[in-house]
Design a protein around this ligand. Structure first.
Ligand code: R5P
Length: 294
């Protein structure tokens, strides 16, 4: 029987492409809030012995958690053979240690929770820093898909004389991978975070030629503090206007507009999270990753 895909929060840009390529049908359901903001959910398909895929990007993760768990449980109660989670953006990966006494290590607790309700998980470039792999915190099979090939293709097609710039050591993994595929040069800066939005950069031996177009690449653009610090540094060097490229478009509040106002030539993201800046399609990469789960 064909697998069935539930686009839980509706109109995810990847839903139709994934469903078509995996020959899935799209699940029909009613999801709404009661007046007291509790969740009502009803699934309308026959799920007996079917492989159920839940597609949900987990940006703004807290309000999404209850519907996510309720869908997994309802599908199981309806006889689903397996319930997998395709989450192009996986939340709660950044608090991966206890920086100060008494702090919650939310990456671990969130992983434990999702592992309870799903049989497998596929995601795109999760923020793996102190955890070497998802297997350290998820007890279900996981598959990590990379956006780097698609990003390299986009830069090659759209930017001449690109210099790839990573804002911090963690970004080296993406810069190296994109540079390996494309042959484009890269430099990595060093970042110190002093607060949610305050970021300080150090730039050992950083140089850029007048003809080069800087492309600042990070996995997540959230408050834009990181991108803003690199933009300011490049402006002091009188480089060409930079392209800010993020895999995941959290872009909290008016971050997108602020980056453009601060002089970014463009702000470009992949379509893991729906945003006006989405320009890089991840369907093929995700489908390839998901086939290993069937
Ligand atoms: C953290 O180290 C990540 O790789 C990103 O650099 C970070 O999440 C970006 O956040 P913001 O846009 O708030 O500076």
């Amino acid at each position: 029987m064909k697998p069935i895909l539930f686009d839980l929060f509706g109109e995810h840009p990847l839903a139709r492409g994934i469903a078509d390529q995996l020959h899935c049908s799209l699940g029909s359901f009613t999801l709404r809030d009661f007046p007291d903001r509790e969740t009502y959910l009803q699934l309308h398909d026959d799920l007996r012995d079917r492989h159920v895929i839940v597609l949900a990007s987990l940006d703004d993760p807290n309000p999404k958690l209850a519907p996510l768990i309720f869908l997994a449980e309802t599908a199981r109660a309806a006889g689903a053979a397996k319930v997998g989670l395709c989450t192009p953006y996986l939340a709660y990966m950044r608090q991966d240690t206890r920086f100060n006494a008494g702090e919650a290590i939310t990456s671990d607790y969130y992983a434990k929770l999702l592992s309870t309700y799903f049989d497998w998980l596929v995601t795109v470039d999760p923020h793996l820093h102190r955890h070497a792999s998802l297997a350290e915190i998820y007890s279900i099979p996981t598959q990590v898909v990379h956006a780097t090939q698609a990003i390299a293709r986009w830069i090659k097609q759209n930017v001449s004389d690109a210099l790839l710039i990573g804002p911090d050591i963690e970004s080296t993994q993406w810069l190296q991978a994109i540079s390996n595929v494309s042959g484009m040069p890269y430099q990595v800066l060093q970042k110190q975070r002093h607060g949610d939005t305050q970021v300080e950069l150090s730039t050992p031996a950083f140089t850029i030629e007048a003809k080069q177009t800087p492309v600042i690449i990070d996995d997540i653009i959230s408050t834009g503090g990181t991108m803003m610090a690199v933009l300011q540094h490049l402006q002091a060097l009188k480089s060409k206007p930079a392209i800010c490229l993020g895999i995941h478009a959290i872009l909290a509040g008016d971050t997108y507009e602020r980056l453009l106002r601060a002089g970014a030539a463009r702000v470009i993201t992949c379509n893991s999270i729906t945003h006006v800046s989405n320009a890089i399609d991840l369907t093929d990469a995700i489908v390839e990753g998901m086939t290993s789960m069937f």
